[in-house]
Design a protein around this ligand. Structure first.
Ligand SMILES: CC(C)(COP(=O)(O)OP(=O)(O)OC[C@H]1O[C@@H](n2cnc3c(N)ncnc32)[C@H](O)[C@@H]1OP(=O)(O)O)[C@@H](O)C(=O)NCCC(=O)NCCS
Length: 347
């Protein structure tokens, strides 16, 4: 990404305290606390059932957000509650560390489906964008700064809200599914490559490999240790459905060169209508690409899911991936099912 001549702080300019929403249907607005994790989870579930019923946010993901040292709930979150204290709307604005080529501020949240269409989301998003600008304005680097958020195509009102607030459609991400049918085959890795199950012993090396291989993935930045550990230590992470490729360099040293890492949230199986896992991360180091390493890792994942009796595997991909990930997946029998849009406001 190109560097700018001025600092991000200068480009964002004055970022005043975000304006608290005021709406007759919301009794009070206040920052969230860890005591709200369950209430936020219930709300995110109600929203997800309408907006994107094929995937629902796990409670652990919300708890992890509250656990990050970079998340300051007092400043980075807002909940709207009714007179009884139930959470009707939530806005969180994540500002992860380790932003080496791009500074991202990421608003997430929304309004309960039964209160939509009344202008609450518009005010909440305005608050989130105000907070996001403060976060970006705290950066003195000359890196680009993005406010980055996602909307599922099945809830066009969310996309309209972003457009109204001045964000632009930047990218399409596709969800793809692969039935674990008779066509699943193990693919032997190329000579000199070894594929083995993921174990915690290689966690740090796989983390480094993920960060390196994702530098050319749109919108990605290195993951903090906290973020990585929340992922591989999460309730739904599946070491038995995660695989690592090892390659041997000219000096005879074996190193991690690729990985497929998966989760399986069994709580959503009934709702999505099939059992199966989700491939969260696939990557191969750039110097090792084009040798069918990703293919053999994915094939190992599919075969392991099939052996467990799972019905399908799901993943998401940048539809314009410069490294050809979409072609890799469709070539292995994955079929697009849903689309979500990435919106940005760039500084
Ligand atoms: C996408 C990625 C994992 C592919 O790894 P890889 O080991 O090079 O992939 P493979 O060699 O197994 O490729 C298998 C097939 O994928 C397709 N493919 C892979 N790279 C491609 C490219 N750059 N352009 C077009 N097709 C490509 C081809 O069909 C290829 O089969 P072929 O060589 O027989 O035609 C790797 O480029 C990467 O790490 N990219 C950055 C991270 C990323 O975007 N991950 C995916 C996130 S969803």
């Amino acid at each position: 990404m190109d560097l700018h001549e001025t600092s991000l702080a200068e480009r964002v300019g004055v970022a005043p305290a975000p304006v608290l929403p005021q709406h007759p249907d919301v009794a009070a607005w206040r920052p969230a606390t860890t005591a709200d994790i369950d209430g936020i989870w219930q709300l995110r579930r109600a929203m997800g059932e309408v907006d994107h019923p094929n995937y629902l946010t796990a409670r652990g993901a919300i708890a992890a957000d509250f656990g990050y040292s970079h998340f300051h709930a007092e400043l980075d979150s807002l909940v709207g509650i009714d007179a009884a204290g139930s959470i009707l709307a939530v806005g969180m604005v994540m500002f992860p560390p380790r932003q080496v080529s791009l500074v991202r501020s990421m608003p997430i949240g929304g309004v309960h489906p039964r209160l939509r269409g009344r202008g609450i989301g518009r005010q909440l998003l305005a608050w989130q964008l105000g907070r996001a600008k403060q976060q970006l304005a705290s950066s003195t680097t000359t890196l680009p700064g993005w406010i980055l958020s996602y909307a599922d195509e099945r809830s066009p009102q969310n996309a309209a809200l972003f457009e109204h607030a001045g964000l632009s459609l930047a990218r399409y991400f596709l969800t793809l599914e692969r039935p674990l049918d008779a066509s699943v085959r193990v693919i032997d890795p190329a000579a000199g490559i070894r594929v083995a199950a993921y174990t915690a012993a290689v966690s740090a090396e796989v983390h480094r490999t993920r960060d390196d291989s994702f530098m050319d993935h749109w919108g990605s930045q290195p993951m903090s240790d906290e973020n990585w550990n929340a992922f591989v230590g999460g309730k739904w992470f599946r070491p038995d459905l995660s695989f690592v490729a090892y390659g041997t360099d000219a000096a005879g040293t074996e190193q991690v060169v690729g990985f497929v890492l998966s989760t399986a949230n069994e709580n959503i199986w009934a709702m999505q209508g099939f059992t199966g896992s989700y491939i969260d991360l696939v990557g191969v180091l750039s110097g090792w690409r084009g040798r069918h390493i990703a293919q053999s890792l994915l094939a190992a994942q599919l075969a392991a899911g099939q052996a467990l009796g799972h019905e399908r595997v799901t993943l998401a991909v940048d539809s314009a991936s410069p490294t050809g990930a979409l072609g890799l997946y469709t070539g292995m029998g994955f079929v697009p099912t849903h689309k979500k849009m990435a919106y940005t406001l760039e500084f």
